[in-house]
Design a protein around this ligand. Structure first.
Ligand code: ATP
Ligand code: FE
Length: 356
């Protein structure tokens, strides 16, 4: 089975060719990602109109490159999978329209994929993990714990009630005059800092359950920054490093402790498959990753973190999720709609991706 995958739900335009052999592991024949960071850097965040226009301009180039790099011709494809939501609607529409054009032109089945399912199934693509497993999806737009039972079978155990951690890293970087994306910049500074100098709050740890909150942390950081500025009429590099270290320690601590709770809930029902997997750009953070790894080890669970290029937005994960759906007999037709919001867990109406 050979699939083309397309992704355009946020600020990366991506296309990939994936081969699923009859037995053995899926093979990524090509994975092309055109990032848009430079286009948005003057605006302090992703501008939906600019993103949609750039996706429209880049999608066919991405497809052309993905085909060329894989050595696969259009006529060799068995299906086209595309992110149909959730995400910035202009970009999602651009991807869905492109996929429909290719599917109609080459007479191929079309499969609409939930972007979050793409992230959530990545450990199966990279490590052939069996169902079920516990997934912590932690990115610029999302933060949630999911029990993954199948390509269309997810139970949400909890998640952020406000900001996503990646968003908090990005805002922290902005408040401290560091470049975007904020995550890597804050992590770099934090390495030089003293995490004990500023004690930031650990929100919601006093309450039961797996929900998280990150917006208060950002306010606390702003207050601490302004206090230092008021006392010394400016921030030294050491102040900045200490603020980053304190902030990162708080995020890492909260994620580890809530993950411990999610693991207890997950293992109570699924003792035979003790696996914690992570996905999303924030999983790139070494200190957060180490905290999660320790938490998994405490309950003898296996810890899976896909390589970074497959943790952040890419089309190989979309092709893979599409392949699993296709193999279970699912596909869409030309009525496939782009959806700005699309909860993975259909049993929980309260569940919404932050739908950036
Ligand atoms: P989504 O996938 O939810 O639609 P997104 O595309 O913004 O959102 P990703 O591409 O998965 O998310 O991740 C990007 C986010 O990860 C950014 O907010 C970035 O700051 C954060 N990030 C990247 N590297 C690190 C790091 N080393 N430490 C902390 N955060 C990081
Ligand atoms: Fe994503």
């Amino acid at each position: 089975l050979i699939l083309l995958g397309l992704e355009s739900s946020c600020d990366d335009t991506a296309a990939a060719i994936l081969r699923i052999p009859t037995t053995g592991a899926a093979e990524i024949l090509s994975s092309v990602v055109f990032g848009q960071t430079a286009l948005h850097s003057d605006f302090g965040g992703v501008v939906p109109e600019i993103a949609a226009r750039a996706h429209t301009e880049k999608l066919d180039l991405c497809v052309r490159d993905a085909l060329a790099q894989s050595g696969v011709a259009l006529r060799d494809l068995d299906a086209v999978a595309v992110t149909a939501g959730p995400g910035l609607i202009g970009g999602v529409i651009a991807g869905v329209m492109c996929a429909k054009g290719i599917a109609a032109g080459a007479n191929l089945p079309l499969i609409g994929v939930n972007h979050l399912a793409g992230h959530a199934l990545t450990p199966r693509l990279t490590d052939q993990i069996a169902y079920p497993y516990l997934m912590l999806l932690v990115s610029g737009g999302h933060c949630q714990f999911l029990i993954v039972r199948g390509p269309d079978d997810f139970t949400r155990l909890g998640g952020t009630i406000d900001d996503a951690p990646g968003e908090a890293f990005d805002k922290t970087a902005r408040l401290l005059g560091l470049p975007q994306p904020g995550g890597p910049a804050v992590e770099h500074e934090a390495r030089k800092g003293d995490a004990k100098r500023f004690r930031f709050p650990r929100p919601l740890l006093d309450r039961p359950g797996c929900d998280l909150s990150f917006s208060g942390l950002k306010t606390a950081l702003l207050r601490a920054r302004d206090q230092v500025i008021a006392e010394k009429s400016g921030l030294t590099p050491q102040d900045r490093a200490d603020l980053c270290a304190g902030f990162q320690a708080a995020v890492s601590d909260v994620l580890a402790q809530k993950t411990a709770r999610a693991l207890v809930a997950y293992l109570a029902e699924n003792p035979a498959t003790p696996v914690l997997a992570v996905a999303g750009g924030v999983a790139a953070n070494a200190s957060i990753r180490a905290g999660l790894e320790r938490t998994a080890a405490e309950v003898s669970a296996r810890f899976i973190a896909p390589p970074l290029a497959l943790c952040t937005d890419n089309a190989a994960m979309i092709a893979y999720a599409g392949a699993e759906l296709f193999m279970t007999g699912h596909h869409d037709d030309m009525t496939l709609a782009a959806r700005p919001r699309w909860p993975l867990d259909r049993t929980s109406p309260a569940m919404l991706g932050s739908g950036k």
